[in-house]
Design a protein around this ligand. Structure first.
Ligand code: MTE
Ligand code: MO
Length: 153
């Protein structure tokens, strides 16, 4: 019997929500990055990661975002959740090429070792701190921020 493989659930404001294995993530164009980040407890770490852009993963799930202009996108954010409950927010504007265009990846391998059994890892090359490198990602939710438009009176 083959062991169950962890999956990433893509959900929220998507026309084609999906549940993908690391193997399925490899069907998207892969990028390779060498990064270093600082960990508060472990100090400086260097790693090589490979995997698809988070943007491409989400575009394949067809975000329910109005792309006709640019301002409509700015309220959208991603909630990236790890198996242990560690989670981090990424704004849509950070990864959107019309705004930050940051090459944030959902890595399928780390230092040449496949992440099929562990689950993919969020890679945020421009972050100084390693805390947003969420490992064993189980879900990515996309949706609009629901905060008040006007200050409470
Ligand atoms: N799922 C999960 N991912 C996580 C963390 C965590 O606690 N849980 N810690 C973060 C922190 S603080 C750092 S510095 C990096 C690298 O930590 P590691 O070497 O322990 O993986 O992973 C990040 N990813
Ligand atoms: Mo850390």
């Amino acid at each position: 019997m083959t062991p169950a493989r962890p999956t990433v659930r893509l959900h929220g404001h998507l026309d084609e929500p999906a549940e993908l294995t690391v193997e399925q993530l490899r069907t998207l164009p892969a990028h390779r990055v060498e990064v270093s980040f600082d960990c508060l407890t472990e100090g400086e770490q260097r790693h090589g990661y490979e995997g698809p852009a988070l943007l491409d993963v989400l575009l394949a799930a067809r975000p329910r975002i109005d792309f006709s202009g640019r301002k409509q996108r700015l309220r959208f954010l991603l909630n990236v959740v790890g198996a242990d409950g560690h989670r981090a927010v990424v704004s849509w504007a950070e990864i959107d090429p019309d705004f930050g265009g940051r090459r944030i990846l959902l890595a399928t391998s780390m230092d040449g070792a496949p992440l099929d059994a562990a689950g993919p890892q969020l890679v945020v090359p421009d972050d100084h701190c390693g805390a947003r490198y969420v490992s064993a990602v189980t879900a990515v939710w996309l949706g609009p921020l629901g905060g008040p438009v006007q200050p409470a009176g």
